[in-house]
Design a protein around this ligand. Structure first.
Ligand code: ZN
Ligand code: ZN
Ligand code: FE
Length: 746
């Protein structure tokens, strides 16, 4: 006989962990107890040595799908003579459960039940269990139980109550458990907001089949759905939603259906079918389908709520599913707001009476060379924390602005927010501020210090400054690209000094100019700038971001090439000569934009990053690069792009295929990075390099660059758990602030 104390750290509360342990303990004839702690659960178990060993072996293998076991610590303790197995009630504990599960897509067991005509939840749109269903989006407060979720409006019927209290049942302690007797109900409203009678899901399907646009209430907000096989319907949706060219996501009935339009690798299938159900960017199978996406990829997701499953059938197996919001405002989540805001856009509304407490957009990821990358880490992932080394203080990191996020640190956890959006919208800013308070309450965090970007005009900076002043808290302002670098270090659990290649559109540098093609060396404490690119003049400042032909003009002019072909060339020349609103930028995004315009791919952007995305999509397989010229500018090794621009112009004049030039352009950047990093490694002795910044959403770069750098003897790290774009930035800010000892009061 042996007695063990087993401490399990991770996400093991509210995920069906205790019933699982109960079963496993019984299988191995063990006795003892289990109780929740602030960081997980603690087990005291007694039994035969072999049985205990088997228990420990099976524990991580058989754990419920939502559980995340970070660490199992086992210690032998004196014999206690337990005679049974006991679950010690967590309510009596002083310390609060700190972790909350994300929303999880419907599980295979529930799907089977809802397809079974004999089951009492046959075709029930709110079926869920311990392993699946809404969590984060319905929780109002902690501790997590039904009374503190939007399910409180639906008292359990005796049948559900019995399941809830039966430890043998797969709905044991499933807070949102319900059935057709006691649960929420569906409604269908027409364009005028009048309710329709009948089989509600069938009404929605009929409307969709007829080509109508239907607003569908999901987990974290509304979607606008319509048929995706008809370009004219998609066109109507674009017009009504004022979404000119930005790609639409598609919901496919299953992976089989997704394969009709896209290639789906085994890894992509695993993620599509997994419990978190993000949108996965897949390669289009054939040309066409431009009405869905103008580049080579389509964002595809599978149905993740039982309601979504009811949308398919009667000949429908694929739908456009786009977030219901207007020009960058937050996604619509409330019924009344939906009818109001989507008037004239939606022809029908498929809604229900379970309130969405917290909005949460779909997550967006892709798979490249076997790795999963995020553009947006939101529904299905948030608020699951990223683990970091123990933090002495509780800190709020306020993020950037256009792709805002925040991050709260406590103990060994960093809680990143869901996708928030662009803070320049008043509604988005309010959403941001409310979510910060919501997270602080949920996770019982009282920030003792704040950290934000260096940019004085970011609304996240203003928020941090005001709050620091009001509450008398110290505030640290961190340079944008240093934060990116730190985010990637934290993402990979790195400490100490490294090199950081940070490429993005823009971020304020320590010299007051805009940066974005940077090579840094440093750690969480600080950094030096070792490399960059030759600064680019941006005639018109921010206008140049939306109108890449302005950047093309300035690249051509600096390179000594003819600018006659450029729109407004004369006026741009006058503006540049006068130096009127012509800031300098080393943003890699600008270089992409300018080259995209020179190659005739895109002169103006109707959504962020469009010119760069289309350039990537246009690139062929061609190997080869333009000459790389690096210039030492007082210790900063700058990539001088002028020779490259001249070569591109020459190719264009001689009729070289755009696909060849686009590929060579990216290969040239890879060569430039390799040369810069080789020099930096030699100078500093550092071998580890982290890649961060929004430019690394480019899959051509991410496919080729790491191999090229590893050939130079460098070890390359990329983002794995958070986005490389500004959404992941707050994690870096948090780690930098945590690494500082004392910070000055603001
Ligand atoms: Zn389930
Ligand atoms: Zn019920
Ligand atoms: Fe950035």
């Amino acid at each position: 006989m042996q007695t063990l104390e087993i401490k399990i750290r991770g996400i093991v509360q509210g995920v069906g962990f205790r019933p699982f342990i109960h079963r496993l303990v019984r299988e191995h004839a063990l006795n003892g107890s289990i109780r929740n702690t602030s960081s997980g659960v603690t087990l005291n178990l007694e039994g035969e040595e072999e049985q205990l060993a088997a228990f420990l072996r099976e524990l991580p293998e058989k754990a419920p799908p939502l559980a995340v076991i970070e660490e199992i610590h086992t210690e032998e303790t004196p014999f206690q003579g337990f005679s049974c197995f006991q679950i010690i009630d967590s309510e009596r504990q002083a310390e609060r459960n700190t972790l909350i599960s994300p929303d999880i897509g419907i599980c295979p067991d529930c799907l089977r039940e809802m397809s079974d005509p004999k089951d009492r939840r046959y075709r029930f749109p709110f079926i869920n269990c311990t392993n699946c269903g809404p969590r984060f989006t319905i929780i109002e407060d902690v501790p997590y139980d039904r009374a503190k979720t939007s399910m409180k409006a639906f008292p359990m019927c005796p049948d559900c109550d019995r399941e809830y209290h039966d430890i043998e049942n797969r709905r044991y302690h499933a807070q949102p458990d319900c059935c057709p007797v006691c649960g929420p109900s569906l409604q269908y409203y027409d364009a005028a907001g009048l309710p329709a009678a009948g089989d509600v899901a069938a009404l929605a399907r009929a409307a969709l089949t007829e080509g109508k646009i239907v607003a569908v209430k999901g987990l974290g907000g509304f979607h606008l759905a319509c048929r995706c096989d008809d370009a004219s319907i998609a066109e109507r949706l674009r017009k009504r939603k004022q979404r000119d060219e930005k790609p639409f996501a598609v919901m496919c009935r299953d992976t089989e259906t997704a394969r009709v339009i896209c290639h789906v690798s085994r890894e992509e299938e695993r993620i599509l079918n997994g419990a978190r159900k993000p949108i996965v960017l897949l390669k289009k199978k054939r040309q066409g389908m431009e009405h869905l996406s103008e580049n080579g990829r389509i964002g595809v997701m599978l149905p993740y709520t039982p309601l979504h499953h009811l949308l398919f059938g009667d000949g429908l197996d694929m739908l456009i599913m786009t977030s219901a919001n207007l020009s960058d405002t937050p996604i619509v989540k409330d019924n009344e707001a939906a009818v109001e805001a989507l008037r004239g856009i939606a022809d029908g509304f498929l809604m229900h009476n379970r309130r969405i407490q917290t909005r949460c957009d779909d997550s967006l990821c892709w798979v490249l060379d076997g790795h999963e990358y995020f553009a947006r880490r939101s529904r299905g992932y948030v608020p699951q924390p990223v683990t970091v080394p123990e933090q002495k203080r509780q800190i709020l990191a306020c993020g950037a602005e256009q792709k805002a996020s925040f991050c709260l640190g406590k103990g060994e956890h960093a809680f990143l927010s869901q996708h928030i959006g662009d803070l320049k919208n008043l509604e988005t800013l309010e959403h941001y501020e409310r979510q910060i308070r919501h997270f602080e309450r949920l996770f019982d965090i009282h920030p003792q210090a704040l950290v934000c970007d260096l940019h004085p005009d970011y609304l996240s900076t203003r928020y941090a400054q005001e709050r620091a002043e009001e509450e008398g808290l110290p505030l640290l302002q961190v340079q944008h690209h240093h934060a990116h670098m730190a985010a990637c270090m934290a993402d990979n659990g790195l400490d100490g000094r490294c090199l950081g290649l940070v490429w993005d559109g823009t971020g304020l540098g320590t010299d007051g100019t805009s940066w974005g093609g940077e090579l840094l060396a440093g750690d969480y404490q600080g950094f030096e700038r070792l490399g960059s690119i030759r600064p680019i003049v941006l005639p018109g400042g921010d206008r140049a971001v939306k109108e890449p032909y302005r950047v093309a003009f300035s690249l051509l002019r600096e390179a000594g090439c003819r600018t006659e072909g450029i729109r407004d060339a004369e006026q741009l020349a006058r503006q540049t000569d006068a130096g009127l609103n012509c800031p300098l930028s080393t943003g890699m995004g600008r270089l992409f934009d300018g080259v995209s315009a020179i190659l005739g791919i895109r002169e103006r952007c109707s959504y962020e990053g469009q010119a760069a995305i289309l350039l990537e999509a246009a690139a062929g397989e061609d190997e080869g690069a333009y000459p790389v010229i690096l210039e030492d500018d007082g210790g900063i090794l700058r990539f001088d792009w002028r020779e490259m621009i001249r070569a591109i112009v020459k190719e264009k004049e001689t009729g070289t295929d755009t696909a060849v030039s686009a590929a060579r352009f990216m290969n040239t950047l890879i060569e430039a990075a390799a040369l810069q990093l080789e020099a930096a490694a030699k100078e500093t002795g550092l071998k580890r390099v982290v890649l961060s910044g929004g430019t690394f959403q480019n899959q051509v770069l991410m496919h080729r660059l790491p191999a090229r750098l590893e050939a130079c003897g460098l070890t390359v790290y990329h983002h794995r758990r958070v986005s490389c774009n500004d959404e992941g930035l707050s994690l870096g800010q948090l780690r930098i602030a945590a690494a500082r000892g004392e910070m000055p009061l603001s």
